[in-house]
Write a protein that binds this ligand. Sequence first.
Ligand code: FAD
Ligand code: SIN
Length: 505
Amino acid sequence: MLRVAVIGSGVAGLTAALGVTTRGGVEVTVVSKARLDRSTTHAAQGGVAVVSSPDDTVAAHVADTIAAGAGLCDDEAVRVLCAGGPEAVALLIDRGVEFDREGGSLARGLEAAHSHERILHAGGDATGAAIARALIDRLDEAPITVRENTAAVDVEVTAGRVTGVRLLDGESLPADAVVLATGGAGQLFGCTTNPSIATADGVAMALRAGALVADLEFMQFHPTALAMPGHRLVSEAVRGEGAVLLDADGRRFMTEVHPDAELAPRDVVARGIAEQMARQAGAPVRLDATRLGERFLARRFPTIDATVRAHGLDWSREPIPVTPAAHYVMGGVRTDLWGRTSVPGLFAVGEVACTGLHGANRLASNSLLEGAVFGHRVAEAILDPGVAGLPQEPDRRRWAEPLELDASPGPEAFGRTDLQHLMWESAGLVRDADGLAEAADVLAHWAPPAVTDAKSAEDANLWLVARAVVASAAARRESRGGHHRRDVPRTDPAYARHSTLRMVA
Ligand code: FAD
Ligand code: SIN
């Protein structure tokens, strides 16, 4: 019997878990630290980018992904994603996801930096919830043990190979293969669109297990979170439908920043907004969707419409305040194109993983697709290691030698909000050498809490991953995609490689 433990119940984890049940002789457990539907997947709005119309091509989707990635995408990973997209989406539909339709065909939206309308959506702007619901429903029919409200704290490794997972209550769950599908790290920052589960647990577990991580300096800040408590996302699809950004005087300013204005790549729009906010003493800019009309906004964006109205705003009549917020981490646990990490038996997939696919800046709506495509490949590689071939060393022309992170604890306790504030100020949208050096010192002075409950486990993980993010950002002395340094604002071809990092004792 092959024992597989999948940590996480978003699109990536559930696709991998359902995938491994397609063959007998496998015992699968899904471990999720909250309710099954408490995932970033469930919060996803805009949709899934996939080629689904005769005028679009896989080559165009590949080209758009590579252009957004600022010279750092792994071409083969991009090809695997885009070429595998149509089949992965067909599988989602087969599993019960009902994408929106117009006149009998799939409805397709436009988002920033896409050359074609190729974003499939469900429930208007509730795409992630539709995907999460459909996959969770399928679990009942599959031979899968579900451990809800159960946090994994560490991967167990014996003689260099994975042997299981340690849970928060101290229980050891034996496994021949462990799949980290724990999602993102938005909670590193005080201002984020991410749900509370996004505490970088998988990256921290992988570091402690001795695995290589990569590209952690590349953090994507979404341009438009509602500038009100909670920082709820206002999807890029709203700009895709024609909404524009206005400064405090009611003037469009993105037209002066980039030829594609509001639909320029995400990092460009987010920085354009941050610079405009700095010019207007920190006041948020405004997103003007009034031209779309009340009925259209309510029908096409029901979730955002309800959120905006719950904050006492009527976006069909007045522009709404928006601000950039931490949204997605391009880096993660370094994997090959079958989700294999540098530790035998340990796999990673979805936002927690780094195949190199997103380069320095993820193209909008490529993440749900990544979970669906690579979740399936991880399952294939677990069931039939032969299909993935022998693990290969990363190509050193594209993957730099690992930085070594000494993560010894300091003497002082810290609070999560202190860490989030430090990261926002020093390793946020715009960084520099001095701020990063100071952040590294402060983090080195802090002690991770002893793990006694779910919150302390998360805080210890946030501390460790914050150290890795700061070290990676300090080492990349250039600006590229989601990593922008005010002291070195240019992109330097000498840095056109993925960074890698491992923890030393
Ligand atoms: P998640 O969906 O985040 O799932 C992670 C799972 O791991 C959760 O179940 C969590 O509880 C569990 N977990 C974490 N740590 C532990 C632990 N220690 N022990 C046990 N369980 C653990 N992308 C798109 O492509 N299209 C979109 O429209 C889109 N919209 C977005 C909107 C918002 C508001 C946000 C924040 C992101 C959006 N993204 C979108 C990004 C995308 O939603 C995520 O990158 C993607 O859903 C990640 O999926 P995942 O399966 O890797 O992780
Ligand atoms: C959005 O709807 O703007 C988010 C899409 C994404 O993060 O890919």
